[in-house]
Design a binder for this molecule. Sequence first.
Ligand SMILES: [Zn+2]
Length: 191
Amino acid sequence: MENKQVIETLKEVDALLEGHFLLSSGKHSNRYCQCAKLLQYPDKAAPVVKVIADKIKDIDFDIVVGPAMGGVVVAYELARQVGKPGIFAERVDGVMTIRRGFEITKGMKCIISEDVVTTGKSFKEVAKVLEELGAEVVGVTCIVDRRVPNAEIPYPLYSAVQLEVETYDKDECPLCKAGVEYVKPGSRNIK
Ligand SMILES: [Zn+2]
């Protein structure tokens, strides 16, 4: 599957919307991406996640770790495709933690699996907890790489697709200036 096909699949399931959006950060954008909309269809998600699986096939690693919530399903599917265990990390009182009896041991090589990478904040929190347990992070994967300028990604990053999303401060939004009404993703006026 090529970049174009991944984008077509994302659009087909409304995981990628084009238009004028008010993001939770308060910024406006021309695109909105919600990978959960793709992951609800295992048969459509599988070929997209396979793009990632193919990119990491020569990497030596032991386990896939996804940050909850966004990384849980994608980590499961990636682990299934590569035949390795897949677990998730979750925040407890705001602190990323490995719970539920999942074991990370010293020297374990980990792939962190996310749905979307923007600033890299959540995978960095996962990397921190893994490294504190003596594990090594050998790479980060995501379905959509829509990293913001200046996002520091201190690990190799493997994505199914790279996507440019223009974001604007509301006073400088060209879509507002053009009189286009915005929608707030997650609210009822959007599927
Ligand atoms: Zn706007």
